[in-house]
Write a new protein. Structure first.
Length: 232
């Protein structure tokens, strides 16, 4: 079985007054825009251009890379941007889910502290790691459990775990939260992996911290696409 260790407990209760769909024409192209008034988010989908979501605004800021000024330009060269809306998972890969929230975050911290104490780490370092998962109200562990004896190549099974991480990030920001995808030492420590119930051969794709930020987020420097993309 292909297994993701995923827990995503977010406020997803639907309220008709908060959600709406708008059909409109943009640059002569049909577009559906989905609005989430409560979280100040909206996504615009160009239905005639591969069903691509080309604009995803949270608090008025587009979170998607979109270098075109007009949809007609995008239609002429629909590459290197936007997100096609596809479902379900490729080849219907199976998944299971768990969550690190509430007391579970404390229990995970106790495991980290126990491992480090056994290795003779400094007391301050031990206590810092004990509180690691308390930095966010919700932490999601995504675990890849690939199998050899199925038609889906192992590499593609492993990639699907990374895709799950990215989708969780997008969903979290769409709901108005802030999310960070990390691995760090405990993702690779054999004793930690054993204590949280991972099986031999399973690997951590990442731990995703979800919460709200007390400071304004700084935009990272982005590379110029022309310098990192080549055409065949």
């Amino acid at each position: 079985m292909h297994r993701f260790l995923i827990g995503l407990i977010l406020p997803l209760m639907l309220n008709g007054a908060n959600y709406s769909a708008e059909h409109r024409m943009v640059d002569g192209k049909p577009v559906i825009t989905l609005h989430d008034a409560e979280h100040h988010a909206e996504v615009s989908i160009a239905t005639s251009i591969g069903n691509n979501a080309y604009e995803f605004k949270v608090n008025g800021k587009n979170a998607l890379y979109f270098p075109f000024t007009k949809l007609s330009d995008f239609e002429a060269k629909p590459t290197l941007c936007a997100i096609p809306l596809l479902a379900p998972w490729a080849n219907r890969l199976e998944k299971m889910g768990y969550t690190f929230e509430g007391k579970a975050r404390t229990r995970f911290g106790d495991i980290l502290a126990e491992v480090l104490e056994a290795e003779g780490e400094r007391a301050k370092h031990v206590e810092d790691e004990r509180e690691r998962f308390l930095r966010a109200p919700l932490v999601i562990g995504v675990i890849s459990s690939a199998r050899e004896q199925i038609k889906v190549p192992v590499w593609e099974q492993e990639l699907s775990a990374g895709a799950a991480c990215q989708n969780i990030l997008i969903a979290s920001h769409a709901l108005g939260f802030v999310a960070n995808w990390l691995t760090e030492w405990y993702a690779y420590h054999p004793v930690v992996k054993e204590k949280i119930g991972m099986k031999p051969g399973e690997r951590v794709a990442g731990f995703i911290y979800i919460g709200t930020s007390s400071v304004d987020l700084e935009e990272r420097a982005r590379p110029e696409m022309e310098k990192i993309v080549s055409y065949f």
